[in-house]
Design a protein around this ligand. Structure first.
Ligand SMILES: Cc1ncc(COP(=O)(O)O)c(C=O)c1O
Length: 416
């Protein structure tokens, strides 16, 4: 196996310098340098994020929106400035279209429970795809069961690409919402969101995009995509856990009822009548994760400083290199061979159980994920229970891809 050149990649990206920003990457695991390839589950955090959170707790901690005192005003200003950071990151038209939530899962549940309950009735349909994460399946099943609606599922090909012909045939006057992933967490497939949005809008159906696996790798411009809702989690894009964003078009959000009731989401309360707050606060009940929001802001700024296009180019180079190398190992079957992919290399190795692959790789310092990746329907499509998934981030190198290959060779020796 070739040994890759260290340092600056063909994408003009200084990976070694970037790696120095991530304290956790400097450690050894089982006596070997940590090779962290579980980024689709959660990414590591740069010092800028860790320090922003510490700074907040050490110097600014206070509740937001309610205080007239100095710290509360500081905390509120910092918290609200992240809304603008996120607006600009997604190119949303207005900061009030940015709602802070716990993550992608909560964002999808919010739309299902608020938009869905208000607009989906008996006999209506929600259209998703076969490659969705459980977070983009179960909230719709709950809604459909409650409303007497039908969940329709557009199939994927054996390469793991969405079958657009079938998708368009499943769209119709009964379709009340389309919810589709931008990038598949199990396969790495990038979906053609603009085309999907145009198709869905032609039958009047709004589109929610699950961007959990897209935001770390691709430039996302919600206005260019034309989508109605876009959801992502902070922790997959170098930010903290427990915080994420739901983008929604103003016209839709204005008409939606609140998702949760409580403090901050109201203008006034009497026992007779409660007047809800204006956007985006109508959807942010209770004390929010202020430190999480501030950490997320630092993460988005970090990504913007490096440049998402350069990040994507660097990652693509490493993922392609890793995929080529892993594919040549006897017994390897790559699951997910779409033309357009980002971040993910899923595979099986002969009859070896993916959990055994993961355990042996761990002893070599290589952290990957094994299992169904919360995408059991994808596993069913490929007739398997699980895969081993290496998922890449901006700090991964070709040397680490080489380490992955050497570790898989160890698995083969053990099971020879
Ligand atoms: C495509 C996709 N959607 C949704 C989620 C759920 O994200 P979270 O658990 O951060 O809410 C994930 C997490 O792995 C994901 O990969």
């Amino acid at each position: 196996m070739s040994v890759a050149a260290k340092g600056v990649s063909g994408a003009g990206f200084d990976v070694e310098r970037v790696r120095a920003d991530f304290p956790i990457l400097q450690q050894k695991v089982h006596g070997k340098p940590l090779v962290y390839l579980d980024n689709a589950a959660t990414s590591q955090k740069p010092r800028a994020v860790i320090e922003a959170i510490s700074r907040y707790y050490e110097g600014t901690n206070s509740n937001v929106h309610r205080g007239v005192h100095y710290l509360s005003e500081l905390a509120t200003a910092e918290y609200e400035s992240v809304r603008e950071t996120a607006r600009s990151f997604l190119n949303a038209a207005d900061h009030k279209e940015i709602i802070f939530v716990r993550g992608t899962t909560e964002a999808i549940n919010l739309v299902a429970q608020s938009y869905g309950r208000a607009h989906v009735g008996s006999g209506d349909e929600i259209l998703i795809t076969e490659m969705e994460h459980h977070s983009n399946i179960v909230p719709w099943q709950i809604l459909c069961k409650e409303r007497g609606a039908m969940l329709r599922v557009a199939p994927i090909s054996d390469a793991g690409e969405l079958d657009l012909d079938s998708f368009s045939k499943l769209l119709g006057p009964k379709t009340k919402l389309v919810s589709v992933t931008h990038v598949s967490n199990a396969l790495g497939t990038i979906n053609p969101i603009r085309r999907i949005v145009d198709m869905a809008h032609s039958v009047g159906a709004p589109v929610l995009v699950d961007g959990a696996q897209a935001v770390p790798h691709l430039k996302v411009d919600v206005q260019a995509l034309g989508c109605d809702f876009y959801a992502f989690s902070g922790h997959k894009v170098y930010g903290p856990t427990g915080i994420g964003i739901l983008y929604g078009k103003t016209a839709l959000l204005e008409k939606m009822p609140p998702y949760q009731g409580g403090g901050d989401m109201i203008m006034s309360v009497t026992f007779e009548k409660t007047v809800y707050n204006r956007l985006p606060y109508k959807f942010e009940a209770g004390t929010p994760d202020i430190a999480g929001v501030i950490g997320l802001g630092a993460a988005l700024n970090y990504v913007s400083r490096l440049g998402i296009e350069r990040i994507g180019a660097q990652e693509n180079e490493v993922v392609r290199y890793a995929t080529d190398a892993v594919s040549t190992i006897p017994g390897v079957r790559v699951i997910g061979t779409a033309k357009e992919k980002a971040g993910v290399l899923s595979f099986t190795l002969g009859e070896v159980h993916p959990h055994d692959i993961g355990t042996i790789l761990d002893r070599e310092g290589v952290a990957i994920r094994t299992g169904h990746h919360c995408s059991q329907p994808v596993m069913q499509h490929f007739g398997i229970e699980a895969t081993a998934r290496a998922s890449f981030a901006l700090y991964n190198t070709k040397e680490e891809a080489d380490a992955l290959v050497r570790a898989i060779e160890k698995v083969r020796e053990v099971f020879a």
